[in-house]
Design a protein around this ligand. Structure first.
Ligand code: XMP
Length: 324
């Protein structure tokens, strides 16, 4: 498949168009990998890799091997959802790698944001390559490349996403959605039977919670972030019109709190909700006060180590969407 979307290509907006696309791609994949070709795919649980996985399962069944690396920086419930949807519901041949200790050990004490990103990227490649080397007869690598990745090969994803793959893995690429825009990938995902919670997931950085647990990541602070983030997403997710992106951040500072008449030091949780068109500029979303209070109460009551809740009202520019 060429890397240029033909001008005549119809925008996929309906189930019928998605079904037609799926049928064509199933045939194209079968043609590309042949009768017994085997494909390997790094399945993060993000929209793009999930849609590619579901499409490849349809095309070649268990000749697809998916590898889901849990780096410990995923949101609450995500690794479980990947296993449930792909292994249990779609019958995928899925290797789940619990690499949490390996990532967190490598990240221990590292506070420089770009170094953190690099470590996460490198450990990811090492873990993936190790899994690949245990498998036999793999000739192809599935990838969730989408059209904006090709258009903006210099964009966010290209330079700091996790999942950049080792060049010495000599596989031929299988990229069935590379001419699609994000909205089309979602329509195709729904047509393939993926749940809305996966297809309409909000954007999430490859290095995951690693860029929202600022400074050197510790396990207790990371766990506090994961719990607080789940609360923030649940509450803001109830809005009629949900913001484009909304999440929690936990900085590596402490401030004084008071509990049972005693002073103690705790972390703040920062609530961030933004609207944007293209993530190049962004505006902070005005959240209802009662919602903020509910978020505050739930976090303070249930998340150990947190004694303060803040709301980040900064726009981009001057602030980036993420904190690191
Ligand atoms: P910033 O923080 O630069 O984020 O305003 C813009 C958008 O990109 C996402 N983002 C990332 N996505 N890998 C990704 O795949 C990353 O390392 C990364 N860093 C930021 C961010 O969530 C926002 O949607």
């Amino acid at each position: 498949m060429a890397d240029v979307r033909p001008e005549t290509m119809e925008r996929i907006t309906t189930k019928e168009l998605a079904d037609k696309f799926i049928e064509e791609q199933v045939a194209a994949v079968r043609e590309q990998v042949g009768e017994d070709g085997k494909v390997l795919l790094a399945l993060s649980g993000g929209v793009d890799s999930s849609v590619v996985a579901a499409l490849l399962i349809k095309a070649i069944g268990d000749r697809l091997t998916c590898v889901h690396v849990n780096h410990g920086l995923l949101r609450k419930g995500e690794p479980e959802q990947v296993v449930k949807v792909f292994r249990e519901e779609l019958g995928a041949n899925l290797i789940y790698v619990d690499a949490v200790d390996r990532f967190l050990d490598q990240l221990a004490g590292v506070d420089e944001p770009e170094t953190k990103r690099k470590i996460i990227g490198k450990v990811f490649i090492d873990v993936f390559a190790e899994e690949a080397s245990k498998l036999e007869g793999i000739g192809f690598l599935g990838q969730g490349t989408i059209y904006p990745d090709i258009l903006e090969s210099d964009g966010v994803k290209a330079h700091h996403n996790v999942g950049g793959l080792p060049e010495d893995l000599q596989f031929e690429l299988v990229e069935p959605v590379k001419l699609l825009y994000k909205d089309e990938v979602r329509v195709v995902g729904t047509a393939l039977g993926l749940p809305d919670s996966m297809v309409y997931r909000q954007p999430f950085p490859g290095p995951g919670l690693g860029v929202r647990c600022t400074g050197a990541i510790t396990r207790d602070r990371l766990e506090a972030l994961r719990e607080a983030d789940a609360i923030v997403r649940e509450e803001i997710g109830k809005m009629e019109q949900t913001p484009w992106q909304y999440f929690a951040v936990i900085p590596d500072i402490q401030s004084t709190g008071i509990k049972d008449g005693k002073r103690y030091m705790g972390w703040p949780v920062i609530v961030r909700a933004i609207n944007t068109v293209d993530a190049v500029t962004a505006e902070s979303v005005e959240l209802p006060w009662d919602m903020l209070c509910r978020i505050r109460d739930r976090i303070i009551e249930t998340v150990p180590g947190v004694n303060r809740v803040m709301w980040d009202i900064s726009n981009k520019p001057t602030s980036t969407i993420e904190w690191e």
